[in-house]
Every structure is written in structure tokens, then in C-alpha cells.
Design a binder for this molecule. Sequence first.
Ligand SMILES: *Cc1c(COP(=O)(O)O)cnc(C)c1O
Length: 341
Amino acid sequence: MAIDLRSDTVTLPSEEMRDAARDAPVGDDVYGDDPTVNELEAAAADAVGMEAALYVPTGTMGNQIAARVHTDRGQEILVDQQAHVYKWELGGLAQLSGLQVRTFDAGESAVPTPEQVRAGYVEEALHKAGTGLLSLENTHNARGGTAVSPAEIGTAADAAHELGIPVHLDGARLFNACVALDVDAPAMTERVDSVMFCLSKGLGAPVGSMLAGSEEYVEKARRVRKLFGGGMRQAGIIAAPGLLALDNVERLAEDHENAARLAAGLDDIDGLRVPDPDTNIVQVFTDDAGLTAEEFVSRCESVDVLGGAHAEYLTRFCTNLDVSRADVEAAVDRIETVMRD
Ligand SMILES: *Cc1c(COP(=O)(O)O)cnc(C)c1O
């Protein structure tokens, strides 16, 4: 069987999740009648220390709703040049909310300095639409699953608030950051205005993400979710596994240990350069071997190890709850053989 390290989204729902889906009490959630969705929204709000939360089908929809609610058309959104919301969401900020993107380079820290926030800020004026939102990301996906501390998130958020702009946190893998740094999620989100996190990544749910914020914010987000076509009916069927996924937070530590082992094993192979990961994302640089990521990925595929080419010489592997320690050891051994040839 292939060892699938393409993403932490490839996990299959457990038997318990399948049972929970079948047995979930449901109702029409557009009418607010689905007890399972209501329970999940309350649990999610509680988990991240926000007043309320909204169940959305995907992280992308959560981020796009967040941006739409915080801003007016034509405004600027300030984001890292490697941010998911900018790079991997089909220009949705422009298409769905009429926003212009202004980027900064967060570098290795994966979070802007207060100076970068101030430098990127545009004040509304006769000829200027002005900045409407700062969006942060934690863990930072494209920068290698970087875990950003609550202090750094808070400092960036404070800089934005001093300029009068709200802050959204793309926390698709928020709990990976929390587990890696041993902090509670509410500490991580204390100084931001909204946060999105995915149930369908490391936490192992088949579907779904949460967007959390104040009561008032989530009420507005509910209308925008409807606008974007995300008003779901008997959604308790998919929300029930999401409730179980919230129990998978602590075990993310295993994924992080497996990622560290994978990185160390691969880094020992000639031609591969593999930085120590903060969380469950392992970045493999193959430029020393003169091997493009596509070539490397296809060599790995030939021995049933799956990864993703993310840049010309950068391959990403992602540990997840369907990948055991033995799988990781096997992946290292198999990749060693294909690199020897
Ligand atoms: C995966 C991801 C998303 C989007 O989530 P989907 O459920 O795939 O739409 C958003 N932000 C980050 C940082 C992600 O890694």
C-alpha cells in the first residue's frame, strides 16, 4: 500500500466517525434546526475562545467569508506573499470581495513585524481605497508548517488594531501550532478578530472547517455563507465526525514526532536538504541533487511514497493520522534506495 504523504487532508474517516454520521440528530441548518451543527459550532467557539463559530464546508470558504465580512469592496487586504488566502484560493479575494492584495514578505518567522504592518498600511483618502484587513496564517503552510507564537500573532495584531484595521487568522492548522508550542488555542486567538480552522486536515474529519469570532461577526458571516452557496441543510451528518475530530488535537504531537523523524532520515540521504519541521509539514529541497521536485516526486511514487511538488526544487510531505511511525521508517528506506540509483 502506498504511503500517502501528499497532505493531511487524505485521511479516511474512522469507524467511529462513520457511526456518528449515521446516528447524528439532524435538522435543516439554514433554519438553525440542526442540533449536531449547533453543538459543533458551540464546541468550536469554545475551543478557540471566541463567542461564536460558523460551520463551513471548506477552509477556503471560511477565509473568503472572513475577508468579505471584514472589508468593503475596493479596499486592500494585507497578507504575506506566501499566504494561502492569496496564493491558493483562485483570486477569490478579488473575485468574491473586490479586494486588492498588498503583500509583505514574512520571511522565516512567517509573521509580519509591526513595522511591516505599518509600512503596508494605506490610509483611506480621496485617491486611495485604504487597507481593510490584515490576514495572518498559523501554522504557515507554504513556509513549511511554521508554528507562530501567540506573542508574535498578538504583536502583529496590535499593530493593525492601532491603525484601526481588523485581523483575521487563517488557522487551517491552528491546533498544530498550539500543540507544537504547548499553548491553548484561546491564547493564540486572543488578539485577532476572527479565526478559521480546518476539521478536515490533521484532525481527521472527512469535511468541514470553522470560522469563529464575536456573535455579531458570526451573524454577518452566516449571511455571507448563504451568499457564497454554503447554506447547508441536514449538515449534522457531516458535522458529527467534526465533533469527534475535536478530540484529535492532542494526538497531533504524534504527527509532529513522525515529521521530525522523516525529516532527519531524509536529511541524511545524499542530495536531499531537509530542515527540521516545526509541525507536520516536511519540506525537501532537491537542488543539491540537481533533481526537480517533479522528478523527485515521480521517483518516490515508483516506490509507493506519495508527496507533492510545491516549487521547482521543493517537495512537501505531510504526516497525518493514517501514517504510522513504521510507515515513516519505510518511506525513508524506500526513498534512500531511489536516491542511490
Ligand atoms: C488547506 C488550507 C486552507 C484551505 O482549506 P480547504 O478546506 O482545503 O479549502 C486555507 N489555509 C491554509 C493555510 C491551508 O493550509
